[in-house]
Design a protein. Structure first.
Length: 505
């Protein structure tokens, strides 16, 4: 099924896996022990999860070669970068990235761990308090480099309480990096780069692991600034790579979208008048996990009635009254890749006349904007179309009390839809935030399309029957060379289909 789904979508998109040079393939394979790691570590492996992973995979559907390709592409990009600084003598580059730490909600009670997505993208390593160092060699113009992953040591006492660790040997065998060392060796490795030979690539303004940053990077950076060593942020380079999805990434995103869509299809029919928002939240979480997701990608919005006019309402603790709509914005995370769906439905199974009028207006705009997700367009251009169409729908359907002049239509559109038409999607729900919405769409990009109309209950510029209505419809769209592909199209959104789904319970 994996190959079928990915190949079908990627054939449309013209996406192919990034090719590797023979030297990259050789260095990746020759540096690794050939035997399968036959013990548990801090993440799924082909030994513990043979039903999920192949022998050469670091994470489900992504192999050692996939991760090596990502690292090689990044190092080629930084080597080609034109760094403008006082120091023009740097002849080599070093990239430093931290994994996330464990954080605690109270004494000894941790929050669920979630790896930093840039770190995961380059390593596939899912244990906390880790570090990736990638360095080129002074005077070498071939872009060859070595990668070193620093990890926590094995500790039988801590593993008794908190589960297995990979350790230095396990991390080397599993990940495909060139070398692994203990995280305790980090200071010794770091001192080497206090040299004008190196440009240091590190996100010192976006600190991933505050403890490791304060303990090791702060003194290093102080010395580096004194020596006028080039210090450059790296996240924008990583985001430019993450922005275009490979075939395997499309498969994972399609899977996340399908899991989320099926969860919505199961939850919509079993909602009823006076149900608590928290129950819908819990059912969606359960259905996504039963479908294979590891977690919800973000705190879901489950907003009944006028509460849906609060765009990021996540309290989810009130009852939804008979006759009200419920707006639900939720998505599954499937092995590092996320979905993002919004659907709005009548809690009692039938739209009122006013609700259905606004719903159909939003749906027309949403479907039109999806069709605009083509190569060469931009999200900003689609946003302008969305605002214009929403305003026209409000005017033509006689929702507003006063007449609106043509020149005021954009202002009206922005008033009743104060957010953008969508955002980038990938490993994060608001993915690759360094990529502007004016960026030209290209095959392999994934965006959300999510127009909405939000009418507060106290808005006296709107006819009374429409007050308190808030509707958003959102899908995930893959840009391909032959047009948009909706990754979440298994989730119903036609008004009649929504009603039939509810009344069929």
């Amino acid at each position: 099924m994996r190959g079928t789904l990915a190949s079908r979508i990627c054939k449309l998109a013209g996406i192919r896996l990034r090719s590797l040079s023979t030297s990259h393939v050789h260095r990746c394979l020759s540096s690794q022990p050939s035997a399968v790691l036959e013990r548990s570590i801090g993440q799924p492996t082909s030994y513990t999860h043979p039903f999920l992973m192949k022998q050469d995979e670091v994470t489900p559907s992504l192999s050692k070669l996939d991760y090596e390709s990502r690292r090689s592409s990044l190092m080629s990009s930084v080597a080609a970068a034109n760094v403008v600084s006082e120091n023009n003598t740097a002849k080599a580059h070093v990239v430093i990235l931290f994994g996330e730490p464990i954080t605690y909600m109270t004494e000894d009670i941790p929050y669920p761990f979630h790896q930093n997505t840039n770190f995961r993208y380059l390593t596939g390593f899912l244990e906390p308090d880790s570090c990736l160092i990638m360095e080129t060699f002074p005077g070498d113009t071939s872009c060859e480099y070595k990668s070193t992953l620093l990890v926590r040591d094995r500790d039988s006492s801590k593993e008794l309480w908190h589960g297995p660790r990979a350790g230095v040997e396990g991390a080397l065998q599993h990940t495909g990096v060139d070398y692994t060392k203990s995280i305790e060796d980090f200071p010794n490795l770091l001192s080497k780069f206090l040299s004008e030979d190196y440009t240091v690539w590190y996100d010192f303004q976006k600190k991933t692991n505050m403890q490791l940053h304060l303990k090791h990077m702060t003194p290093f950076l102080n010395k580096a600034f004194d020596k006028k060593i080039n210090i450059c942020p790296i996240s924008d380079f990583i985001h430019r790579q993450r922005h275009i999805k490979t075939e395997n990434e499309v498969y994972l995103m399609g899977k996340a979208g399908l899991i989320t869509a099926e969860a919505f299809k199961r939850v919509i029919p079993i909602s009823f008048a006076n149900i608590n928002e928290s129950s819908i939240h819990a059912m969606l979480d359960c259905e996504c996990r039963l479908g294979g997701a590891q977690m919800l990608a973000y705190p879901p919005v489950v907003a009944g009635g006028n509460r849906a006019n609060t765009l990021h309402y996540i309290v989810n603790d009130q009852r939804i009254k008979d006759g009200e709509l419920v707006l639900v914005d939720a998505g599954a995370e499937y092995h590092g890749y996320v979905a993002d769906i919004t659907r709005t439905w009548p809690i009692n199974g039938r739209f009122s006349k006013a609700q259905r009028l606004v719903y159909d207006a939003v749906l027309r705009v949403q479907e039109a904007c999806v069709l605009l997700c083509r190569v060469g367009a931009t999200l900003q251009q689609i946003y302008v179309v969305m605002i214009s169409m929403l305003a026209q729908e409000l005017v033509e359907n006689d929702v507003l009390i006063d007449k609106v002049e043509k020149e005021d239509l954009p202002m009206v559109g922005r008033k009743f839809c104060p957010h953008h038409v969508g955002h980038w999607l990938g490993m994060d729900v608001h993915d690759t935030d360094g990529i502007a919405k004016s960026t030209t769409l290209a095959p392999g990009m994934v965006v959300t399309i999510e127009p909405g109309i939000y009418i507060r209950s106290d808005d006296v510029t709107v006819r009374e029957e429409f007050r308190g209505i808030a509707i958003r419809i959102e899908d995930d769209v893959l840009v391909t060379s032959s047009g948009p592909v909706v990754l979440t199209d298994a989730c119903p959104k036609n008004g009649d289909d929504i009603e039939n789904l509810i009344t069929s319970r």
